[in-house]
Ligand binder design. Structure first.
Ligand code: DGY
Length: 321
């Protein structure tokens, strides 16, 4: 029997592609441009599986355009909100993702966003680059101290826990909300809140680390922001649509939120343009997992999932509903 045939919807890191080509017949979207749903069937014709990234929306319509021969979709991401898992399962298509390997990289970016927002990194850097530094000023570029401030973590999975460990090093008392208490949080003296409302009330900083689901869509809206302490700082490294942009922007304008640090955006890369006009937001373009090591590990995990699937063994990380 020949090698299984995989349609790769994006270009992946060189080492990952090397292994992909060694193990599979590959149909590659060589120019790496986003594909239209109508292109999927043509590219995937005769393929056994797909290797995709979060930029490919695999909703029910897209899944139903795939040829019958497709039996697995391996996504190069921990998040799988871009895939309609129920629709895939109904077609007997297995879904796999890449948890664990991007925990540290993403938690690092959460800290970068936290510091960037708290210390006016974007506004001060911009001013320096534009020649506007002038003299050192006793009251110039003032930000907010992190030490001693309460950090609320929304979603205490692997990434939330890694953020908590890092924030502990900044002497921040940790609070969190999760579906259930997490044992690992005890060693960090993290305080569990059984409701999001109770967490928000004590969150001088709020780090969003929960997945995007129907339940978390626009979770951080005007009413919930109003529950936070005045001058709180919001950090999102999870998924853009967990926050409602127009409400966050309004709160950044009034100072209800002193600042925000954002790595992910609703509709990215077409972000709400108002963010670009605000000095109190620190913005980075969805780089949570963007280290050489992490992107390789994500690719290898995608391949481990494909290898296991075609070997008929248990997948390292299969997504189930
Ligand atoms: C993921 O894996 O879900 C990330 O958002 C990609 O960095």
């Amino acid at each position: 029997m020949g090698k299984p045939k995989i349609f790769a919807t994006r270009r992946f890191p060189a080492e990952v592609e090397k292994r992909l080509y060694a193990s599979y017949d590959v149909v590659m979207n060589d120019n790496d441009q986003p594909l239209d749903i109508s292109d999927y069937a043509r590219y995937a014709d005769g393929c056994d599986g797909l290797m995709i990234s979060p930029t490919e929306k695999m909703d029910r319509t897209a899944i139903n355009t795939l040829p019958e021969s497709i039996k697995i979709i391996s996504t190069f991401s921990v998040g799988y909100d871009h895939i309609d898992v129920a629709a895939a399962n109904a077609r007997d298509i297995t879904i796999s993702n890449t948890p664990d390997v991007l925990t540290d990289a993403t938690a690092d970016i959460a800290m970068l966003c936290m510091l960037g927002a708290a210390r006016q990194a974007q506004a001060s850097e911009k001013s320096l680059r534009e020649g506007g530094w002038g003299r050192w000023m006793p009251s110039g570029y003032l930000g907010t101290h992190m030490s001693g401030k309460r950090l609320g973590i929304l979603g205490m999975g692997n990434i939330g826990q890694a953020v908590a460990r890092r924030a502990k090093g900044f002497d921040m008392p940790i609070h969190y909300h999760n579906r259930r208490p997490v044992e690992e949080a005890n060693v960090l003296d993290a305080i569990y809140h059984d409701s999001i409302e109770s967490l928000l009330a004590v969150s001088d900083f709020l780090s969003i680390n929960c997945p995007l689901t129907d339940n978390t869509h626009h979770l951080i809206n005007k009413d919930r922001i109003n529950l936070m302490p005045d001058g709180a700082i919001l950090v999102n490294t999870a998924r853009g649509p967990v926050i409602k942009d127009i409400d966050v922007i309004a709160a950044l304008k009034t100072g209800k939120l002193a600042a925000a640090g954002l790595d992910v955006f609703e509709g990215e890369p077409n972000i709400n343009p108002e963010y670009l006009t605000l000095d109190n937001v620190f913005l980075v373009p969805h780089i949570g997992s963007a280290t050489y090591e992490t992107r390789n590990d994500m690719g290898f995990k995608c391949l481990d999932n494909l290898d296991a699937f075609f070997a008929g063994t248990k997948l390292p990380s299969q997504v189930s509903l």
